[in-house]
Every structure is written in C-alpha cells, then in structure tokens.
Design a protein around this ligand. Sequence first.
Ligand SMILES: NC(=O)c1ccc[n+]([C@@H]2O[C@H](COP(=O)([O-])OP(=O)(O)OC[C@H]3O[C@@H](n4cnc5c(N)ncnc54)[C@H](OP(=O)(O)O)[C@@H]3O)[C@@H](O)[C@H]2O)c1
Length: 190
Amino acid sequence: MSRILNCIVAVCPDMGIGKNGNLPWHPIRLSNEFKHFQKMTMTPLVEGKKNVVLMGRKTWFSIPAANRPLKNRINIVLSRELKTTPEGAHYLASDFSSALHLLDSSELEKQVDQVWIIGGSALYKEVMESSGPRRLFVTRVLKQFDCDTFIPDINMDKYKLLPEFPGVPTGLQEENGVQYVFEVYESTDH
Ligand SMILES: NC(=O)c1ccc[n+]([C@@H]2O[C@H](COP(=O)([O-])OP(=O)(O)OC[C@H]3O[C@@H](n4cnc5c(N)ncnc54)[C@H](OP(=O)(O)O)[C@@H]3O)[C@@H](O)[C@H]2O)c1
C-alpha cells in the first residue's frame, strides 16, 4: 500500500505562500498557526516512530538556523545542486522519488510514520498533481499579503474538502488582526 503524502501549507487568497524567502505575512507572527503546524507534523500516530518532513532547499534555509532541524522529525532536504546534506539536516535527496525511496530503505523503513511535505512551491505542486493518496492541510489566510511564491489552486476534481479532521480546529481563527481557517482536503483520484 502506498503511503499517504500529507502537504501542509498556509496560503493567501491568491494562493501565495511566500515573499522574499519568508512567509507573506512576515513580520506578523501567527503563533497558533505555527503551533498547529508543529503539532500536526511532529505527532506520529504510532508510538516509537517518527514523522518525516520533506522540503526544498529554500524552505530549509528559510527556517532560522537555531530551529533547524525541525525537532523530533526526520528532516529531508531536496536539492539538485547540493552535493552534501546541509548542516543539521538528516538526509539529502536529489528528487522527489529518491526521497520516497529513502523512506523505504532498511535504515528508515521501521522508523518512519507519517510523511509531511512542508514546501516550497515546486514540491507542493508535484505532490498535489501526483497520484496515490494525498492530504492537503491548508490554512486559508483570509487577508491578502504581497507574495512572490505560489501554489496551484486545489483541483476539486481531484480533492474533496473534509468537514472535519481529528486535531484540526474548526471555525474562524484570528491572531494579530489576521483571520484564517484550517481546512483539510483528501484526494479522490486514487
Ligand atoms: N506558506 C507556507 O506554508 C510555506 C511553506 C514553505 C515555504 N514557504 C515559503 O516559500 C518560499 C520557499 O519556497 P520556494 O518554492 O521558493 O523554494 P523551495 O521549494 O523551498 O526550494 C526550491 C529548491 O528546492 C530544490 N527542489 C525543489 N523541488 C525539488 C525536486 N523535486 N527535486 C530536487 N530538488 C528540488 C531545488 O534546490 P536546488 O536549487 O538546490 O537544486 C530548488 O531550487 C519561502 O518564501 C518560504 O517562506 C511558505
């Protein structure tokens, strides 16, 4: 059975996810939104296992050095250019399928629980448009900020919006004057 690939992303109304290597709303902090990210990506369903976070090189370097690697998770960085694993990361993969193969290696197979794709745009796009079971954990930020990095619209021919999901708060959230809602989509095309 193929693994569920979980994407987790916070988006502006125009599907913007970043600006100048940072989040679009920077320097505004959405601390509870970040706690949600931490909780979802960090909590394995199987005791004794760990979740994996997969990310592109720029997303890795957008994390403050003091917070790298993301704790209690196996951090895998994707890059075609880097030849050695960036300091602090656990693994380097040269493309998405190599990253998935790595998870099935004898070293990782027994350790790994959930797989979380945490950005950026090319990786989200690749997973959103791939086959196999996928979930999209989307924070819809209801205020528009200036963005230079985007993900595609969610194709509702391939996904359905779930009415609720364990551990995901429902209803309107607000911090620092920014409103947002948590949504979870599940793929229907596999
Ligand atoms: N709102 C959110 O939830 C969210 C989440 C994550 C990131 N962001 C924001 O998004 C921006 C960073 O994202 P980004 O899209 O610009 O960059 P990114 O995807 O994080 O990094 C791009 C780089 O990752 C490597 N890469 C990506 N896909 C690959 C693949 N399939 N195989 C091999 N290597 C691959 C390549 O590295 P090489 O050039 O080294 O080959 C590529 O140049 C920042 O502004 C960040 O704050 C926002």
